[in-house]
Write a protein that binds this ligand. Structure first.
Ligand code: FAD
Length: 447
C-alpha cells in the first residue's frame, strides 16, 4: 500500500486525491487529505463569490472525491503547527503533496495604506465568505463611494458584491453579520480603477459582462480613457479575451444606460500613488495618470487626479506564503519544483510534491488545477516503487493525535453542514455559514 498525504483540500488537493485513486497503474493507494480548516474545498468555499452559484456548486464534484472510501479528510490539522513539520509528516506517509494555495495578498506599496478604511480584497472576501481567520467585522461601508484598485476577476467580484442588494445575497450562504452590514451599506458609487487599459486587463469577459447585468446599477466608462488604449483602433491585434473585454467596455462607453441608484465607474490608465486621509481614516485616493509606453506597459505622465472614497479595496494579486521547513522561492512566491517534485537546493526531495497555486502561482481557473495536479501525480506514480520502500509510521492518525492535533473527520464536516443548514432555518434563510473557529469546532464535535 502507498500512503499519501495531500496537504490542502482546495481544488488542487482534491484533484490530486482524485488522480491518485482513479489511476490503475499503482494499486492500493490510500490518501489522507489534511486541511488547517475544519472545512474542505479551499477557495471554492472561501474565495469564489457567494452569488456565483454555478461555480460554488463545484463543491459537489469535489465532495464525491472526498467521500471515496480510499480517501480520508482530516480537517483542523495545520502542517507547520504543533510539531507537524514537513520532516515529521514525511515520517508518516510514503509521499506528501503540498497543495496549500497562495492566498496572501499583495500590497500597493504607497503611503496611506495603513489608514482605516483601506483593506485588501482578501480581507473583504474572507469576511463575506465567513473564513474563520477573518479578523474584521467592519468595512467602512457608510459610503457613499468606494475605490477598488485592480483589473482582475477578484476586483470584479468585490465591486459586484459592493453594489449587490441584500435581497440578492440573502438566498446565498453569506454569514448573517456580513449580510446585515451589506444591507445597511451606504456605498452607491464604486470606482474600479486599473493602471493599464482594457486591452491588458486580466478579468474574463463573462465576469466583466455581469457588471452590466446588475439590478439598479449602471456602468460608466469614459470614452477618452478608452481612446488611450493602443488596441482601441485595432482590437484585432489583441488576444481573444482582451478583444472581447474591449468590446464590452466600448459598449458601456457608448451607452451607460439610464440613471440608476448605484453606479460602477470603470477607470483606466490611473495608478495609485497615495491613500489620503483625515483623522486616521481614508478620504480619497490620489492617482497618477499613466499612458502606454509602447512596450505593453505604462509610464507616468506627471498628471494627478483624486477620487474621493471612504473605502479602498486593493485587489492587485496574490502570492504564496513560505511554509517553514519547505523550500520557497520568495521571488515567485512558489515552492521550487520539477514537474511537481519538490526541489531542495536544486535536487529532488524524495517523497515531497507540490500542486496548485503554490506550485505555479495564482493563475488560471479552477479547472487549471486539475491539469496541474495530474502532472504532479504522474511524477509521483513514476516514483512509486522507490516511495513504497520508505519506512513510515504504522498509524499516522495516532501520531497526529500524539502531537496534539484533533483531526475533524468527514463526519465532523457533515455535522458542520447540518449546523449551517439549521442556522439558516433559524434565520429564515436556506443555509448560513458559521464564521468562527469556536462555532465550527463545536458543530464538528456534534458528529
Ligand atoms: C477571491 C477569489 C475568487 C475566485 N473565484 C474564482 C471563480 O469564480 N472561478 C474560478 O475558476 N476560479 C476562481 N478563483 C481561483 C481558484 O479559487 C483557484 O484557482 C483555486 O482555489 C486554487 O486552488 P488551490 O488548491 O491551489 O488553493 P486553495 O483553494 O487556496 O486551497 C488551499 C488549501 O490549503 C489549506 N492550507 C493552507 N495552508 C495549510 C497548512 N499549512 N496546513 C494544512 N492546510 C493548509 C487551506 O486551508 C486551503 O483549504 C478565485 C480565487 C480567489 C482568490
Amino acid at each position: 500500500m502507498l500512503r499519501v498525504a495531500v496537504v490542502g483540500s482546495g481544488p488542487s488537493g482534491v484533484y490530486t486525491a482524485q488522480a491518485l485513486v482513479q489511476q490503475t497503474a499503482v494499486p492500493g493507494v490510500r490518501v489522507h487529505v489534511l486541511d488547517r480548516l475544519p472545512c474542505p474545498y479551499g477557495l471554492v468555499r472561501y474565495g469564489v463569490a457567494p452569488d456565483h452559484e454555478k461555480i460554488k456548486s463545484l463543491q459537489g464534484s469535489l465532495r464525491a472525491v472526498l467521500e471515496d472510501e480510499r480517501v480520508s479528510f482530516l480537517g483542523d490539522v495545520e502542517v507547520g503547527a504543533r510539531g507537524l513539520t514537513p520532516a515529521a509528516l514525511l515520517e508518516l506517509y510514503h509521499a506528501v503533496v503540498y497543495c496549500v494555495g497562495a492566498a496572501r495578498d499583495r500590497r500597493l506599496g504607497v503611503p496611506g495604506e495603513e489608514l482605516r478604511g483601506c483593506f485588501s480584497a482578501t480581507e473583504f472576501v474572507s469576511w463575506y465568505s465567513a473564513h474563520p481567520d477573518s479578523a474584521r467585522d467592519a468595512f467602512a461601508l457608510d459610503g457613499p463611494a468606494a475605490v477598488v484598485v485592480g483589473a482582475g476577476n477578484v476586483a470584479v467580484d468585490v465591486t459586484r458584491l459592493l453594489v449587490r442588494r441584500a435581497a440578492e445575497l440573502a438566498p446565498t450562504d453569506v454569514p448573517q453579520g456580513a449580510l446585515e452590514a451589506l444591507a445597511a451599506s451606504g456605498v452607491r458609487h464604486v470606482h474600479m480603477v486599473a493602471r493599464r487599459g482594457p486591452g491588458q486587463a486580466k478579468f474574463t469577459t463573462k465576469e466583466l459582462r455581469e457588471l452590466g447585468a446588475l439590478p439598479e446599477t449602471r456602468v460608466l466608462v469614459d470614452p477618452a480613457e478608452l481612446a488611450l488604449d493602443p488596441a482601441y483602433g485595432d482590437p484585432a491585434a489583441l488576444p481573444a479575451v482582451n478583444r472581447r473585454n474591449l468590446e464590452v467596455v466600448r459598449g458601456w462607453a457608448a451607452d451607460g444606460g439610464a440613471p440608476a441608484p448605484r453606479d460602477i465607474r470603470l477607470r483606466f490608465f490611473l495608478r495609485p500613488v497615495e491613500i489620503l486621509g483625515a483623522d486616521g481614516r481614508v478620504t480619497a485616493v490620489r492617482f497618477e495618470r499613466t499612458e502606454p509606453d509602447g512596450e505593453g506597459g505604462v509610464r507616468g505622465t506627471g498628471r494627478y487626479e483624486e477620487i474621493a472614497a471612504g473605502l479602498v479595496l486593493r485587489a492587485v494579486g496574490y502570492r504564496g506564503r513560505a511554509l517553514p521547513g519547505l523550500p520557497f522561492d520568495p521571488a515567485r512566491g512558489t515552492v521550487p519544483h520539477e514537474e511537481g517534485r519538490v526541489l531542495r537546493d536544486g535536487a529532488v526531495s524524495p517523497g515531497e510534491y507540490v500542486a496548485g497555486w503554490i506550485k505555479r502561482g495564482p493563475t488560471g481557473v479552477i479547472g487549471t488545477n486539475r491539469h496541474c495536479a495530474k502532472e504532479t501525480v504522474e511524477a509521483l506514480l513514476a516514483d512509486a516503487p522507490a516511495l513504497a520502500r520508505r519506512r513510515v509510521a504504522a498509524d499516522p492518525g495516532a501520531r497526529l493525535r500524539e502531537l496534539g492535533h484533533t483531526p475533524v473527520p468527514w463526519t465532523g464536516w457533515l455535522a458542520i453542514e447540518r449546523a449551517e443548514a439549521a442556522l439558516g432555518r433559524s434565520l429564515g434563510r436556506e443555509r448560513v455559514k458559521i464564521p468562527d473557529w469556536e462555532g465550527l469546532r463545536a458543530a464538528a464535535r456534534e458528529a
